[in-house]
Design a protein around this ligand. Structure first.
Ligand code: MN3
Ligand code: FE
Length: 303
């Protein structure tokens, strides 16, 4: 849509913006919870903790943070085609939520990069790229940018489902969720890196809204064309082994890594995340699009 009529501006129609639908409620939550400032986090204890870590411990944290910082940069850059597609469909409430979503991803990049600069130290940051393995590269260098940028030329329901399954279901819903679990299980009980954990906690809460939006979007599309369920299933089945491969790359051949982390626990965690998402998506098969628009954010794991 390159020109508009007055009716296209939802905000001046008699109804105005639809405050009853899920994207609007996510937007309200984003204004409340998405405004934390990465620049205000206190990393002073983290700097002390870092000095006391073994090389192996540093290696694990650095690998996770490298994957996160590049991943957050990727999702910041690659969200724009989806926002563009929703804007072109005239979905003002969704575009409003997606602007908050984009702002939050930008802060996540800043957060992880600030940790690297302040705690690890810029002089220690050569060869960070070596922390990104083959499966990781497949997802963030190929699958994600391709699925998202395709929306510029093909914003069809099939392309939207494949994009959102890649972005919100796989990258956010499985990889990022498993990464947060890794940070918490390694650092919380050992009481290490409190500044990093505080920021990861805020990031995880932001992510719960993003993943909810993706589930909503996929459900909305499936509820009007049930054949799209197969498209979602196929896409997720394609991505699951690559995502599990990323978990293997974190452990680099070890069964038990630094801080007592067990690879098997993380593989199980990642697989469970996939299953939760699939179960939520499958509900769309028995619901009307009206029910999808009006479902509660709590049902989709938002907190
Ligand atoms: Mn993020
Ligand atoms: Fe996100």
């Amino acid at each position: 849509m390159t020109t508009r009529t007055a009716q296209d501006y939802r905000s001046i129609t008699p109804m105005g913006l639809d405050r009853s639908i899920l994207p609007w409620r996510l937007y309200q939550k984003a204004k409340k919870w998405g405004i934390w400032d990465p620049a205000a986090l206190d990393f002073s204890q983290d700097k002390e903790d870092w000095k006391g870590f073994t090389d192996e411990e540093k290696g694990y944290i650095l690998r996770l943070v490298s994957m996160f910082v590049a991943g957050e940069e990727s999702v910041t850059l690659d969200l724009i085609p989806l926002a563009d597609a929703m804007a072109k469909e005239g979905r003002t409430e969704e575009a409003m939520f997606l602007t908050a979503f984009l702002f939050e991803e930008a802060k996540h990049v800043e957060f992880f990069r600030t940790f690297l600069n302040e705690v690890v130290g810029v002089d220690q940051l050569h060869e960070l790229e070596g922390n990104l393995g083959e499966n990781y590269r497949r997802i963030f260098f190929e699958e994600l940018p391709q699925a998202m940028n395709r929306l510029y030329t093909d914003p069809s329901p099939v392309a939207q489902i494949e994009a959102s399954c890649t972005y919100q279901m796989c990258v956010e819903g499985v990889l990022a969720e498993t990464g947060y679990h890794a940070f918490f299980s390694m650092l919380e009980k050992n009481k290490k890196l409190p500044g990093l954990l505080e920021g990861v906690g805020y990031t995880k809460r932001d992510e719960s809204r993003h993943i909810a939006y993706g589930q909503y979007l996929i459900q909305r599309l499936i509820s009007v064309d049930r054949s799209l369920w197969k498209v979602a299933q196929k896409r997720i089945e394609h991505l699951l082994p690559i995502a599990v491969g990323v978990v293997h790359e974190i452990f680099q051949g070890q069964e038990v890594g630094a801080f007592g982390a067990r690879k098997e626990d993380f593989i199980q965690y990642a697989t469970k995340q996939f299953q939760i998402r699939m179960d939520n998506l499958e509900r769309a098969l028995t619901r009307s699009v009206e029910e999808i628009y009006h479902q509660r954010e709590e049902e989709l794991g938002v907190y």
